[in-house]
Write a protein that binds this ligand. Structure first.
Ligand SMILES: [Zn+2]
Length: 295
């Protein structure tokens, strides 16, 4: 549920701040919360304390995110024609367990694997299986690690051998969309600013942005508030403040934006069978810009 009202409750100026910084409230989060309260009164959607991570939590999420990044790096040398998505899944499981972590996807709401592998026209949530990768395929691998109870979530595209020009362009534009979206992450910008930047760029290249799925708060849980949509208007959606942590993960289709979930309840494909590409990072809002935790 979206957090509605955030009050400056239970704290007076000289109390210790709720965030665990050890500073007095008036020297820490008070001013920002007063600012947010003003915005809330004007009708803005503002984050509550639950959406703002403490320094200790951020350090935990950073470590987990770095493991996720390491896993995606590791896969680079294995992902080539002939390997099956199940073999990729096993590589990730083994690496994750050896690192003292656990794959968040495994058994999540019944999901049967450690990662999502979304091939060609699959938008997201593809289930690893015996499919062998072929020259010309494009594949998204989505990894979320749980390390010391903290979650780090990222995904990347892999081009298998030599893909068609249009496929390579889609992969490239989807990556550009991710970074243009991330460029909008800074205090007092809004989720809609991220979305607008992404959609503009995708549309400019004749591609579309998936609407039914988006990014999400992450760190203490797999999926937290807010929902991060990747299409729509500037100056809309939740206001961003320092130490919010969430994913940006635009799904870009070569054709129609609409999607369809297959009978397995997970695999989500394009309705028109066109190719789809996605890149994802876990990011943190800093005092004046952004930290890419999985970067
Ligand atoms: Zn504080």
């Amino acid at each position: 549920m979206a957090s509605g009202g955030m009050k400056i409750k239970n704290l007076s100026r000289n109390d210790l701040c709720w965030c665990g910084s050890g500073k007095k409230y008036k020297k820490c989060h008070m001013e920002m919360e007063l600012q947010l309260e003003e915005l809330r009164k004007k009708g803005y959607i503002v984050p509550g304390r639950k959406q703002i991570k403490t320094e200790a939590q951020i350090e935990g999420i950073r470590q987990s995110s770095q493991l996720t990044r390491e896993i995606l790096d590791m896969l680079g040398e294995y992902i080539k024609p002939g390997i099956t998505t199940r073999e990729i899944d096993h590589l990730v499981y083994d690496y994750t367990i050896k690192a003292g972590a656990y794959p968040a996807a495994l058994n999540y709401k019944g999901f049967p694997a450690s990662i999502c592998t979304s091939l060609n026209n699959v938008i997201c949530h593809g289930i690893p299986d015996e499919t062998q990768l072929q020259d010309g395929d494009i594949l998204n691998v989505d990894v979320t690690s749980i390390l010391n109870k903290y979650y780090g979530d990222a995904s990347r595209m892999f081009i298998i051998g030599n893909a068609a020009e249009q496929a390579c362009k889609l992969v490239q534009v989807a990556k550009e969309c991710l970074y243009l979206g991330i460029d909008q992450v800074k205090p007092f910008n809004r989720i809609g600013d991220i979305a607008f930047a992404i959609e503009q760029h995708a549309n400019k290249h004749g591609f579309s942005v998936v609407q039914d799925f988006g990014g999400h708060g992450v760190g203490l849980e797999f999926h937290e508030e807010p929902f991060v949509h990747h299409y729509g208007q500037k100056d809309s959606g939740m206001v961003l403040v320092p130490n919010m942590v969430f994913t940006v993960e635009p799904m870009i289709n070569a054709g129609n934006y609409k999607c369809r979930v297959l009978e397995d309840g997970w695999t989500t494909v394009t309705v028109d069978n066109s190719l789809s590409a996605q890149w994802e990072h876990t990011v943190r809002v800093t005092e004046n810009s952004v930290e890419i935790l999985t970067g």
